[in-house]
Write a protein that binds this ligand. Structure first.
Ligand code: NAD
Length: 296
């Protein structure tokens, strides 16, 4: 069993780390928010006072942070790479700009450290159930080294290509997710405004050609799915501001490749509007509130 340093224990990192503890790995964890560490130490992980302390003697280092600036700040700004043993494998799971992923991976390579970008899909439910999809960028041999650890947190593991390719694929996926959640919200609001029961309409769509991940697992309408963030006041889950970040990454990728993403740009503007209305910390499925009437 490996000695693993896990940094970033938010909505995703905490349940992912917990699955590694349950699998018998020795975990040393760190998060800037001390409260985030509690669930892990209760389960048997050791809390470190800093990221540098967490990586001492680690075989594997995993990070799950909000955005590019946090990842670059940690590995390059705080020079965590200078403290990680050169024999260690670094698995960076945050969704960040492909250029950032390449920059950090190159800096790791200079120090003789192997690093892969391994952003995930599957939401907090997938993280808790250990059924995440890992989308890996980096050397195939590095992915094989990571596989036994990734398999304890996920069910599907894909090799997208060289460093940064995992992020490119993840950004494409999340642009589609942002669009489909906004579209699903619009369809449900239209049905309800015309007298339909949102649960009945959701059941119909889930078995018809409009079905998608939102109608199957993550319905945006409160009360339709007991375990979805919509039924818990949009708490936890995947934040509006994180979706906005991913749609911003899609826009940057489109600009640099001269690609057209008219729906992605529209979705980015919708989530931006929603965030500036004060909903940035809510789950992204709260986008339904932009089109839902008060009385519904
Ligand atoms: P989150 O905001 O809940 O958690 C991030 C954690 O990182 C926080 O606990 C924060 O305190 C910690 N952190 C920030 N900087 C740190 C540092 N320098 N050192 C240590 N800890 C630090 O975010 P999340 O929902 O867990 O998402 C994490 C990443 O996963 C994001 O890139 C997100 O886009 C991606 N993602 C999220 C979901 C989801 O459903 N929530 C799904 C797939 C991918």
């Amino acid at each position: 069993m490996s000695s693993i340093a896990f940094i970033g224990l938010g909505n995703m990192g905490a349940p992912m780390a917990l699955n590694l503890v349950k699998a018998g790995h020795t975990l040393t964890v760190f998060d800037l928010m001390p409260a985030a560490v509690k669930g892990l130490t209760d389960a048997g992980a050791r809390a470190a006072a800093s990221a540098s302390e967490a990586v001492k003697g680690a075989d594997v280092v995993i990070s799950m942070l909000p955005a590019s600036k946090h990842v670059e700040g940690l590995y390059l700004g705080e020079d965590l790479l200078g403290k990680i043993p050169s024999s260690a494998l670094v698995i960076e799971c945050s969704t960040i700009a492909p250029d950032s992923a390449r920059k950090v991976a190159q800096a790791a390579e200079v120090r003789g450290i192997t690093m892969i970008d391994a952003p995930v899909s599957g939401g907090t439910g997938g993280a808790a159930a250990g059924t995440l999809t890992f989308i890996v960028g980096g050397q195939a041999a590095a992915l094989e080294r990571a596989r036994p650890v990734l398999e304890k947190m996920g069910k599907n593991i894909f090799h997208a290509g060289p460093a940064g390719a995992g992020q490119v694929a993840k950004i494409c996926n999340n642009m589609l997710l942002g669009i489909l959640m906004a579209g699903t919200s619009e369809a449900l609001a239209l049905g309800v405004a015309n007298g339909l029961d949102p649960k009945v309409l959701s059941d119909i769509i889930a078995k018809s050609s409009g079905r998608n991940w939102a109608t199957e697992l993550y319905n945006p309408w409160p009360g339709v799915m007991e375990h979805a963030p919509a039924s818990k006041g949009y708490a936890g889950g995947f934040g509006v501001d994180l979706m906005l970040k991913d749609l911003g990454l899609a826009a940057e990728s489109a600009l640099s490749a001269r690609a057209s993403i008219p729906l992605g740009e529209l979705a980015r503007n919708l989530y931006s509007l929603h965030s500036s209305g004060g909903s940035g910390k809510l789950d992204f499925s709260s986008i339904v509130n932009l089109v839902k009437r008060e009385q519904d």
